[in-house]
Ligand binder design. Structure first.
Ligand code: UD1
Ligand code: MG
Length: 387
């Protein structure tokens, strides 16, 4: 290992220690500034400081000023992207913007990063899988469509973390698992040394301090949470992953580490696109008597549903993936089903359980999916690409 990397490891441990000390000191400051949320899965109704993820950014940018790098353009591009999203995420935590606007924020924040990409790299070709090569050649140039693809990667990865949320330790925990998985992938590629590895070194430089600071944040966000990470952190970490994947030209591999988030997104589609009503909060319901959390539900008039809403409910119900109760409520004209999130699905499949156990199960699923991602990336990808 180079001296550079050793410095980085020491600085990242420093980042962990500094963030661990800063967070408790600023808890009251956040509450005084009205930056807090109520922990909805507790009976105490305690005010928990929100948007604390902002410290992760402060520590990381501080570390990066100290880290020497020869890849200055990539660094500036990455920091520009995450700084933009950080500001927008913080504005969201303070102003609580409507959900449709939330989806757009990452697209706006991606623009400066994409402009720098255009001016500096402008690489828009993709390698074609082996079976298709006789028809279209080794690679195809996607041109402006590649920019649309990159924007979609940013919008997906930022929102994907933010909507797999609502129980203590989940937003931060999944981020740490994804970051460690990407880091392992980078180290493996550097170790194999078959392709130029500067993109992977670049990723390691960004990920190590991020993991250090996120681990500190997770300590305080773990059950029972003393702080909430806020949309600031969810957007920020999603943008960091997207930037690393885009600038390192491994965005397809990156998406493999988001399998639970993809499942959560696909499962959420009926509510996100309003085929089925979507309440402000879809997090599980707390049961005071058992101290467990249960599926949260949404209730609506059966006749108000359009075709797509009815179809998605019937399909998911027939697959055993949705708990539906028909003819309930006033005049028995209402239908009730669980909210369409992975957290609720886990609670449907395994039954009500403690909040901490639910987080642990989802994080274990995330780890298993990362192992599956490695299996897909290496043995299976060899069938389609020269890797
Ligand atoms: C997203 C989800 C929403 C979910 C919310 C929870 C979608 C479309 N949106 O909205 O369904 O309810 O995240 O984070 O899927 N909270 C807890 N315990 C936690 C974390 C958060 O009770 O461990 C509550 C607190 O009241 C906190 C609030 O959730 O103040 C934060 O919600 P926010 O991040 O603003 O929600 P969204 O990202 O808009
Ligand atoms: Mg959120």
């Amino acid at each position: 290992m180079t001296t550079d990397l050793w410095c980085l490891i020491f600085l990242s441990i420093g980042a962990y220690l500094i963030t661990s000390r800063i967070i408790p000191r600023f808890r009251d400051v956040f509450i005084r500034a009205n930056l807090f949320g109520i922990d909805l899965c507790k009976s105490t109704g305690a005010e928990v400081p929100e948007a604390v993820g902002v410290f992760v950014w402060m520590c990381i940018s501080g570390m990066h000023v100290l880290i020497y790098t020869s890849k200055l353009v990539e660094y500036i591009t990455a920091l520009l992207g995450v700084t933009c999203i950080l500001l927008l995420g913080f504005a969201d935590d303070v102003l609580d913007v409507p959900w449709r606007v939330k989806l757009l924020l990452p697209a706006i924040a991606a623009l400066p990063m994409l402009l720098v990409y255009y001016a500096t790299f402008d690489i828009t070709f993709v390698v074609v899988p082996k079976p298709l090569r006789p028809f279209v050649g080794q690679s195809i140039d996607l041109g402006w469509l590649y920019y649309v693809y990159m924007m979609m990667v940013v919008v997906f990865s930022t929102n994907a973390i933010n909507i797999l949320a609502g129980i203590n330790g989940l937003e931060c925990g999944q981020t740490v698992v994804i970051a460690l998985s990407v880091l392992s992938y980078n180290c493996f590629e550097i170790y194999m040394g078959e392709v130029p590895s500067h993109a992977h070194y670049f990723s390691v430089h960004l990920l190590l301090p991020f993991i250090g600071t996120s681990a500190a944040l997770l300590r305080y966000n773990w059950y029972p949470a003393q702080v909430f990470v806020g949309d600031t952190y969810c957007y920020f970490s999603g943008m960091l992953f997207a930037t690393i994947g885009i600038l390192g030209h491994f965005s397809k591999t990156l998406l493999l580490f988001f399998i639970p988030q993809v499942i959560n997104f696909v499962y959420s589609v009926p509510q996100i696109f309003h085929f089925v009503p979507c309440p402000r909060h879809r997090l599980p319901r707390y049961n005071k008597l058992t101290n467990n959390i249960e599926m949260s539900t949404v209730r609506f008039k059966q006749k108000d549903l359009k075709f797509l809403g009815r179809a998605s409910i019937s399909i998911l119900e027939s697959m055993g993936l949705l708990a539906v109760q028909r003819n309930v409520g006033e005049n028995r004209e209402y239908t009730e089903c669980n909210n369409f999130t992975l957290v609720n699905l886990i609670l449907k499949l395994f039954g009500p359980m403690h909040e901490r156990s639910t987080t642990i199960i989802i994080l274990l699923i995330q780890i298993l999916c990362s192992c599956a991602a490695f299996a897909i990336r290496y043995p299976l990808a060899r069938l389609f690409y020269d890797v």
